[in-house]
Ligand binder design. Structure first.
Ligand SMILES: Cc1cc2nc3c(=O)[nH]c(=O)nc-3n(C[C@H](O)[C@H](O)[C@H](O)COP(=O)(O)OP(=O)(O)OC[C@H]3O[C@@H](n4cnc5c(N)ncnc54)[C@H](O)[C@@H]3O)c2cc1C
Length: 837
């Protein structure tokens, strides 16, 4: 066995071997893969091999697209047959909401370049003659999709990697992993030791065990997944004899199953409710090619539904049932990227569609390891989207939930119930009493909106029945039994209530709990110099000034965004999005000097944040503090500690809603006191709580950008329109690239669009945008309704030639084309007069 390698990949499933292949392809030929048994002997060998391109995540969608194209090339490159049957993939729709979901997806597919056909029920029958089409609205079809032989694919990847000089050790178990003082990793195996600069964990169902070797919690616990293989069916055999094409992969999402031909018979794979988590402590040491006892009872409703749709399935006997472990994460997406808190330790874990994702995930992770950044925005699969709260009990609850929701409708406003409420702020109960309807971000409960007392959805709105099983998710009732929310791709019942919240903030005053904000204090003798060196914006020299500042990638993409305020001499208070806490804090830790000159102290849990906003906010706060709140003494974009009654808070004169207001960052233990005082003092000024949805609607009217949408590593900071936050007259990360863009120009421009003619739907982000000739010229990144200006809005990235104010464009929302025009940034209060008032 070698004693040294540039990178060691642990795990010889399809994901590990693809990672090795791509490392070797990027020139790291001295990389090694270690597999405890035979290649594919984990989950890979028993996978059904489907390659679904369908995915509602822009990042995962791009990974899948790459895989499907790459697998065909791999076959040519290695001369090994990977068994790729490009038979197409058809997803049936039975309900209007499902159709909306497919039309929403079709927009994402178009913007990432994945071909999608729309089929009528008659066309479905032509492609899949054994499928009954009663009750179908239609279907979408991926012509480039199909299935592959997972074991053959893995062997071809192994050949490709070996041909490029990489080494694979089979029947070798990694037993310990330790980082040495020189930064190199010592990997101990039952066959000897090897040191490496980088370690990449691709250990499938063993992920948590591997994580434990290096002291991290990998949020992966598998769930049992079954599929059924039938005996041959005469009608399918006859089709074969006649040389007719294979019927493709059929999915009836509304009954949660997929089906395809297999050796003259059929494969049926349901995603049922009640599939249990498994291997909670990892598989046994001798686990290899392992299957569990089948449980057909659990699948019965889906089998019956499948027989209604494809009666032929009920006409043949069952040949074999595969029940195997499928890795899951709380949101069903994999974990690809750096392990938080460790240097040069990477994760490519948690793959539930690993055959499909392996190519793309291996490609992007190899770029990240070798080049320091991927080229696709991987926020949706970044290991740091979960925090330390995602431990065993949470993972079991959430991963089982994620599995059972694979085929439910993925409403953009859906808030799943498992593992909640987990993290609550002190005012949670008060907000609940006031009608708060909660969602969850990073384990925190946040009020999305406030339902009026006694408000209830009409009975007829509460759910759509479907035959056999519904497979539709509905919002859970409030504690008192009222159902107040209907999830939808369109404007839903809460829309007008959100509008009322906006109106109250705009006309009177509102209060919003933003305590989940991620917070860090940066101090130490080197703090200022270090911050100056990493952030693209200048760190304010004057104490009390607030800066919005970004950390860029070497190519000028936006990696993170922080609000920075020097709250006491040499101590910097840094606030960023609550959902990005692990990511942002890990990033700071990676960049910080390790010589003790800079001290990072995470303080998220110590401070609560109540946002007071609206024209009467000054009147309210004035009654609770002696500090002058007049603009001459307390201008916009400044902050200072103030008293709030007998409590204390740092008041930051900023907000994400574009109204006069202050964010009160206070010791968390004083939160209920401050909240009660604000509500008491605000009563005469019409104070009411407002939620995240009202905040987002108002942010849209100010053209405020969000990480993971308008701000991403895929767009450079000029493309995202951050010019005023980029100070090229000083050093910062990514400066060279930014100077180059200044000279060479950009490929995209950030624009604000007013959408016209839409009456029951707004853009959500990911819609395709066309010029007047019908050419695709960009994509929406956010969208919604601007209540203060009374217009439907979208934020978008478009070709520079289409970004002039007044340019007429078209935007496709849920399959319908609407007119849109480019308007000046911040359609509400463009001069910030209200904010500065
Ligand atoms: C019934 C079923 C059907 C499926 N169908 C599909 C499908 O149609 N399409 C699709 O895309 N996905 C499908 N999947 C999912 C797919 O099987 C997985 O996502 C994929 O195989 C994951 O690959 P992997 O490389 O991450 O994990 P694995 O294949 O499990 O590989 C991990 C490897 O790591 C090794 N390892 C672990 N610890 C160590 C150690 N300490 N030292 C050395 N080696 C170690 C293990 O031995 C194992 O070989 C299905 C899953 C199931 C259960």
């Amino acid at each position: 066995m070698k004693t040294h390698a540039r990178a060691v990949v642990i795990g010889g499933g399809v994901v590990g071997v693809s990672t090795l292949y791509h490392l070797a392809k990027k020139g790291w030929s001295d990389s090694v893969l270690i597999e405890r048994k035979e290649l594919t002997s984990g989950s890979t060998w028993h996978a059904a091999g489907l390659l679904p391109l369908f995915n509602l995540s822009y990042s995962v969608g791009q990974l899948h697209k790459y895989s499907v194209r790459f697998y065909e090339e791999l076959q040519k490159e290695t001369g090994m047959n990977v068994g790729f049957s490009k038979v197409s993939n058809i997803r049936l729709a039975r309900t209007k909401d499902r159709w909306d979901e497919y039309m929403y997806y079709a927009g994402i597919a178009e913007t990432i370049g994945v071909k999608v056909n729309i089929l009528t029920p008659e066309q479905v029958k032509e492609v899949w003659p054994l499928c009954e089409t009663d009750g179908l609205l239609g279907a979408i079809q991926h012509p480039d999709d199909g299935y592959i032989q997972p074991a053959d694919l893995t062997q071809a990847l192994a050949k490709g990697a070996r041909d490029r000089g990489a080494t694979i050790y089979r029947n070798t178990t990694v037993t310990a992993i330790e980082q040495q003082a020189d930064g190199f990793w010592k990997i101990t195996t039952d066959k000897g030791e090897i040191t490496a600069e980088h370690v990449i964990s691709c250990t499938g169902n063993f992920a948590r065990r591997t994580g434990q070797m290096v002291g991290i919690n990998v949020p992966v616990i598998p769930v049992e997944h079954q599929y059924i293989v039938t005996e041959p069916h005469p009608a399918i055999q006859e089709r074969r004899r006649q040389g007719l094409p294979e019927m493709g992969v059929l999915r009836e999402s509304d009954s949660a199953w997929y089906m395809r031909e297999e050796a003259g018979g059929l494969i049926l794979g349901p995603y049922e409710v009640g599939a249990p988590a498994c291997y909670v402590d990892g598989p046994s040491d001798d686990s290899e090619y392992e299957l569990f006892q089948e449980d057909l009872d659990r699948l019965m409703p889906h089998i019956e539904a499948a027989i209604v749709r494809v009666p032929a399935f009920g006409e043949v006997g069952i040949k074999k049932v595969y029940n195997g472990a499928i890795a899951y994460t709380p949101d069903g997406n994999p974990i690809v990227g750096p392990a938080p808190g460790l240097t040069n330790f990477w994760l490519n874990e948690g793959h539930s569609f690993g055959i499909t994702a392996a190519g793309g995930a291996g490609w992007q992770l190899a770029e990240w390891v070798v080049d320091g950044e991927p080229t696709v925005d991987l926020m949706g699969v970044d290991p740091r989207r979960f925090g330390p709260y995602a431990t065993e009990g949470y993972l079991i609850a959430k991963n089982e939930e994620a599995y059972s929701n694979v085929f439910t409708m993925h409403y953009p406003d859906e808030e799943r119930a498992a593992g909640r409420p987990l993290k609550t702020t002190p005012v949670y109960e008060r907000l609940k009493t006031l009608g708060g309807v909660f969602g969850s971000v990073y384990g925190w409960e946040r009020a999305n909106w406030f339902a009026p007392a006694d408000y209830e959805l009409p009975e007829s709105e509460r759910g759509v029945g479907a035959d056999v099983i519904t497979n539709h998710n509905y919002a859970a009732p409030l504690e008192d039994g009222r159902v107040v929310e209907k999830w939808s791709f369109r404007r839903s019942n809460y829309w007008e209530h959100v509008g009322n919240e906006v109106r109250n903030v705009h006309e009177n005053v509102g209060v919003l709990d933003m305590s989940p904000f991620a917070k860090m204090e940066v101090s130490g003798p080197g703090a200022r110099t270090w911050l100056e060196s990493i952030f693209a914006n200048a760190i304010p020299k004057k104490r009390g000034r607030i800066a919005l500042a970004h950390i860029l990638t070497p190519t000028g993409g936006v990696r993170a965004e922080f609000t920075i305020y020097e709250w006491s001499p040499g101590r910097f208070y840094m606030v960023s999005a609550g959902g990005l806490e692990a990511h942002d804090h890990d990033l700071l830790w990676r960049l910080a000097p390790k010589d003790g000159s800079v001290i990072l102290q995470p303080i998220t849990q110590k401070f609560g944040v109540l946002v007071l906003a609206g024209p009467r906010s000054r009147d309210v706060l004035k009654t609770l503090t002696r500090t002058s709140l007049e603009t001459k003494d307390f201008p916009w974009l400044t902050a200072k500690p103030i008293s709030v009654g007998v409590a204390t808070a740092h008041a930051l004169r900023v907000n994400f809603v574009g109204e006069l207001g202050w964010e009160l960052h206070h010791p968390i233990e004083m939160q209920t006191y401050i909240f009660d005082e604000l509500m008491r003092a605000g009563a005469e000024f019409g104070i009411k709580p407002f939620g995240i949805r009202a905040m987002s609607a108002m942010a849209l009217e100010k053209s405020y950008r969000n990480m993971g949408r308008e701000l991403s590593i895929e767009y450079n900071a000029f493309e995202s329109g951050l010019d005023r936050f980029i100070r090229t007259d000083k050093p910062f990360l990514g400066r060279d690239s930014m100077l180059k863009y200044k000279q060479d120009g950009v490929k995209w421009n950030f624009v604000t669009l007013v959408v016209e003619g839409n009456t029951d739907v707004d853009a959500r982000g990911s819609e395709a945008i066309y010029d007047e000739t019908g050419a695709l010229v960009g994509r929406a990144t956010s969208g919604g309704y601007g209540w203060r200006i009374g217009k439907s809005l979208a934020l978008a990235m478009v070709k520079p030639s289409c970004s002039e104010i007044g340019t007429r464009l078209k935007i496709k929302i849920l399959g319908t084309l609407y007119d849109a025009s480019v308007v000046a940034e911040s359609p509400f209060d463009p001069d910030n007069t209200v904010l500065r008032g």
